[in-house]
Design a protein around this ligand. Sequence first.
Ligand code: KIV
Ligand code: ZN
Length: 544
Amino acid sequence: MNAQSSNDRIIIFDTTLRDGEQSPGATLNVDEKLTIARQLARLGVDVIEAGFPYSSPGDFEAVQKIAQTVGTPDGPIICGLARATKQDIQTAAEALKPAARSRIHTFIATSDIHLKYKLKKNRDEVLAIAEEMVSFAKSLVDDVEFSPEDAGRSDPEFLYAVLERAIAAGATTVNIPDTVGYLTPSEFGALIRGIKENVPNIDQAIISVHGHNDLGLAVANFLEAVKNGARQLECTINGIGERAGNAALEELVMALYVRRQYYNPFLGRPADSEEPLTNIDTRQLYKTSRLVSNLTGMLVQPNKAIVGANAFAHESGIHQDGVLKNKLTYEIMDAQLIGLTDNQIVLGKLSGRNAFRSRLKELGFELTDQELNKAFIRFKELADKKKEISDRDLEAIVNDEIQQSPDLFKLELVQVSCGDHACPTATVTLRTPDGKELTDAATGTGPVDAVYKAINRVVNVPNQLIEFSVQSVTAGIDAIGEVTIRLRYDDRFFSGHAANTDIIVASAQAYINALNRLYAALQRQEPQMNPQHSALEDVTPVIS
Ligand code: KIV
Ligand code: ZN
């Protein structure tokens, strides 16, 4: 399906791996990005914005690998972000080369505030740069997207002029960002309508929208934009992203699904048309949400629409009574629509490797033999402790394996003693990156504190623990506990996640996972480059 030719359905452009990864602490390594990209392809997104290749060798490699493995002819378009400079654009083109269908997304700010304080350029200069850089990008790839950053606060007349030039220079998608999440739904709708009416060549491009959630209006703004002609939505899983995040993919998709009779006419269809408005396989939404939350360490609030733990729970007696009589009383969508099964029991102690492998395959996990072996050992250990193993347990085991970086610190042993009359004491043994086994012990205010202090004595990288959370994967006393933590080192954040029936072991492993990310970043000495916070001249490592 070619997104470019589609004007009667909504193109879903996922930017979890680019704007989502700009959330503090959401840094992902190359393998984790690849895992998420594969899942996004299964979910059915049309475009994956895989990263900002010029920012670091790690980002370049991730975009290139995603282009190679997920950018197949029938897979999504793979997109790379580039500031409006030749170096950025050239580097993005290089990283995207292996993709069957690739897109360069280049941007430059157009609001007077950004021109004066960030770019230090006048309007004529910005117009000329936008035109020249779109045409340069076009000389490298066919599919070029242009964004006038901070469009929401730009003078509409100037915005029209920039968009007209960008389209004339070859942009096939023009994306309208509300970069600071300032607009209200009716203002955003009017902005899109104004663009449709005042940019003479607008019919040669798809109108896209991108928006931040600073006032909690991003999703509402996008839906208003759809009514006024927007046909591409830039969004992220769980709404993660800069500051308050981006518009949440799952909320947009389900709003367009549940209220299709309302939205159909805006796309020129009869209200009762059953043709889907997006390409998304909604049954993959819950799983994708969990994967992104686990790998980024960005927890989903329980009352979050669609994917929050309480989104389908009915607490009050009146509601429960109504739902038992007829679900329609208090439910506008079925939990199964987003892939939330009722924790079906799928495997148990006697299940063999083949059953395990084929269930993982059905769940969409493609593991190498080595990964499968490791996951199978974890499954058997779990089956000894827990009689009934659900899909959610299997997902927790596999996600946990994905997160561990074998080349860095490895947890070999953790033991604690604690109680109401004891001084919590922990002993840990870690394998260091150079293969040594080191053991140390510490006391703390509680067992987790003691474990973290003991680990710190071995790893010796100063850091501050700023977030710690434990959640159970399923109900029941034998449930797997998932621990998510976040560390601060200078002004950078690193997250870690782990799952185990023993929450002390999960806590220790989550901490090691976060420390490994911190340790890897220190080894690479990569500056964290935010595409939007840097002027066009800022130089970063160039990828040859
Ligand atoms: O928020 C924004 O303006 C962006 C652009 C790079 C599209 O993320
Ligand atoms: Zn953004």
